[in-house]
Design a protein around this ligand. Structure first.
Ligand code: IPM
Ligand code: MG
Length: 368
């Protein structure tokens, strides 16, 4: 079968290359057992790119990212680049990819697989069966607002970050969230700080306007601080949450921890669809580069493997294969295999590679 599905792999830094290797293992399985092949390219991003190009995202890498059907990213960053200028830091490469590819809708599902309910720091009944989706705006807000930087004010050094949103930047992400809510349980929480911020007031107004087009979806407004509290109090009250870039960064870590481990959570970052229905897309685990355990085969590859499942679902319309991979991951956990981050008493501790292999073994069984 012709390999017309173009994927760009950007493993990045820290544990990125190790967890991405396990995605390659699953891709190999798909090729061999499902006869689905991908045209896979690989390139550098983050600190790894900085070491070669003195830039965390080379122009030619960005060009490749713009040309493929989907990008799979591992993780970026590490202490060795802490003192590098801000625009060359590993994180800058990631932010540039998000901005240039115009990936405004960042989908961060937080689902608690039954086998992991006891790994959460919250009580089991609070989290078991949890299934929520945070939609984070990803290309505007505090991350990109101008002015940004240092100046002098009243004789002192001063720093400035700006939170700004245009009408369209809010409207498009809110619409994406309503559309998702329609396919789920038809409940949407729009989260901001309308009690303090102009952006919040505008956000709430636009969410209310857009709601008129989705009469079947129940819209709730919530302040971001309250949302953080509610997420650890009773997360199951939520289904879809839509929020800005900065609140989304914070609330998604919070939701992630409800599920037992950051090492479990995938994400999809999507752009607008063109006339042919094709959208730019990047898939990455929510966790970071974990430099403390890099290279030790201790990392949990499931978030990255599950990100690949999201890639199949959203970029290639291969929902059945995505389901299969998700099921395989759940079965491996049910069978008691754990990486260190989700280890519990009585379970079997496995390495990154072993976990990837177990997923493929399980896929073999499911596909038989
Ligand atoms: C995330 C990360 C990034 C962010 C960092 C690595 C720049 O925390 O994807 O949540 O702040 O967006
Ligand atoms: Mg984050």
């Amino acid at each position: 079968m012709a390999a017309n599905k173009k994927l760009l792999m950007l493993p990045g830094d820290g544990i990125g290359p190790e967890v991405m290797a396990e995605v390659n293992r699953v891709i190999g399985w798909m090729d061999k057992r499902r006869h689905v092949s991908f045209d896979v390219q690989e390139d550098l991003v983050g600190g790894a790119a900085y070491e070669v190009h003195k830039s965390s995202l080379a122009d030619e890498t960005l060009e490749k990212a713009m040309a493929v059907d989907a990008v799979m990213l591992g993780a970026v960053g590490g202490p060795q680049w802490d003192n590098v200028a801000r625009d060359a830091r590993p994180e800058a490469g990631l932010l540039k990819l998000r901005k240039e590819m115009d990936l405004f809708a960042n989908l961060r599902p937080a689902t608690c697989m039954p086998a992991l309910a006891e790994a959460s720091s919250l009580k089991e009944d609070v989290v078991s069966g949890l299934d929520i989706m945070i939609v984070r705006e990803l290309t505007a807000g505090t991350y990109f607002g101008e002015p940004k930087g240092k100046d002098t004010y009243k004789g002192q050094e001063r720093v400035i970050d700006t939170t700004s949103y245009t009408h369209d930047e809010i409207e498009r992400v809110v619409r994406a969230a309503f559309e998702l809510a329609q396919k789920r349980s038809k409940k949407l929480h729009s989260v901001e700080k309308a009690n303090v911020m102009e952006v919040g007031v505008f956000w709430r107004q636009i969410a209310t306007e857009v709601a008129a087009d989705y009469p079947d979806v129940e819209l709730h407004h919530m302040y971001a601080d309250n949302c953080a509290m509610q997420l650890v109090r009773w997360p199951k009250q939520f289904d879809v949450i839509v929020t800005d870039n900065l609140f989304g960064d914070i609330l998604s870590d919070c939701a992630a921890m409800c599920t037992g481990s950051l090492g479990m959570l995938p994400s999809a970052s999507l752009g607008a669809a063109d006339e042919s229905g094709r959208r730019r897309a990047m898939y990455e685990p929510v966790h970071g580069s974990a430099p403390d355990i890099a290279g030790e085969q201790k990392a949990n590859p499931l978030a990255t493997i599950l990100s690949y499942a999201m890639c199949l679902r959203y970029s290639f319309d291969m929902g059945d294969d995505a389901d299969l991979i998700e099921k395989a991951c759940a079965n491996v956990l049910d069978a008691g295999f754990r990486t260190g981050d989700i280890m519990t008493e009585g379970a079997t501790l496995v390495s990154t590679e072993d976990m990837g292999q177990k997923v493929c073994d399980e896929l073999d069984k499911l596909a038989a």
